[in-house]
Design a protein around this ligand. Structure first.
Ligand code: NAD
Length: 304
């Protein structure tokens, strides 16, 4: 078997086209969706991610603002800035680029973001919402994976899904989203004994561990759908995922590549969440009918 390659770049392009339509409708109603990005320190990788997010906003008509703090910044000053943005009606989404410098209490900073502007979906309220299938803003990477699965027409209910990786930003929310869609979900992590005994059962295998070549062909059920979330830079400069592409793509029926798989979706889902937030604010303010505004209960896992 040779896997059909699912291009996250193509799925992201289709969703961004939808985003442009949604921002045009909002702008016609007098609202430009706004995203504020806060970055503390000068981590080069973070700077690249922030630049990509700002560019992506411009691409779909979201107004973005960047707030840079030095690595030595005081946490209270950052929280004060978040509080001010929380009260700013032109800002519909607030994002704090992670990681933060070691002296910061990440939970305290993320909790300062008003939950209705938490477009990264990391606030405890949104995380808790995931557990009961009622989240306002799903975290962008697993949300992107769900959109890829739906775009590719992958049936989820009743399938065995295995998530490799159990981080707060990818693995755990991924597992909850798949469970919400009635998959039977197993979660594996660095302490899992004999990873292959789990992965071989997966109809849907999502890998987010950050280990190149962690998953090789014999660990994959024939015909499985494999989503490789991992992004690893090899010493020779190549970017690879967590799966050995050659051998896994011979077993899988569908597979995402790295690069060009989940990566483009993550930024795109940030745009989706920001636009959804703007639509919600318009609906709440009663300034008109927001055509795509969704109640929080729908906004999370629904695929539009
Ligand atoms: P993390 O380091 O926070 O968590 C890694 C998880 O993988 C942990 O739960 C750990 O226990 C598990 N793990 C590590 N080694 C393992 C092993 N040998 N076997 C089984 N489980 C193992 O990382 P993260 O932030 O969740 O990111 C994971 C990967 O996904 C990284 O490569 C990261 O770059 C990538 N990522 C990609 C995107 C994207 O947009 N494509 C977004 C976020 C993260």
């Amino acid at each position: 078997m040779t896997a059909k390659i699912i291009s996250g770049t193509d799925v992201a392009a289709a969703i961004r086209q939808e985003c442009r339509g949604r921002t045009e409708i909002l702008q016609a109603a007098g609202t430009t969706p706004g995203l504020a990005v806060i970055m503390v320190g000068a981590d080069p990788a973070s700077a690249v991610y922030v630049r990509k997010k700002i560019q992506a906003c411009a691409d779909v008509g979201i107004a973005s603002r960047k707030y840079l703090f030095p690595a030595s910044a005081n946490q209270d000053d950052v929280i004060d800035q978040i509080t001010a943005l929380g009260a700013d009606p032109d800002v519909h989404g607030i994002l704090v680029q992670l990681p933060l410098p070691a002296q910061f209490d990440i939970k305290a900073v993320l909790s300062a973001i008003p939950r209705e502007k938490d477009v990264d979906g990391f606030h405890l309220y949104n995380v808790g919402g995931l557990v009961i299938g009622d989240t306002v803003f799903p975290p962008c990477t697993p949300y992107g994976v769900m959109r890829i699965l739906d775009f590719a027409g992958v049936e989820i209910a009743g399938r065995n899904a295995v998530v490799v990786g159990a981080s707060n930003i990818v693995g755990k929310p991924m597992a909850l989203m798949l469970m919400q869609r009635e998959a039977t979900v197993s979660v594996c992590h660095a302490k899992t004994r004999d990873l292959a005994q789990f992965t071989i059962l997966a109809d849907i295998l999502v890998v987010a561990a950050g280990c190149p070549n962690l998953i090789v062909g014999p660990m994959v059920k024939s015909g499985a759908v494999v989503i490789d979330v991992g992004i690893n830079r090899l010493p020779d400069g190549r970017l690879v995922g967590d799966c050995d592409f050659e051998s896994v793509s011979r077993r899988a029926s569908m597979m995402t590549p790295v690069p060009g798989g989940v990566g483009p979706m993550t930024v795109t889902m940030l745009l989706v969440n920001t636009i959804s937030s703007a639509e919600q604010s318009v609906a709440i303010a009663g300034q008109g009918t927001a055509p795509r505004a969704r109640r929080p209960a729908d906004a999370g896992l629904a695929i539009s």
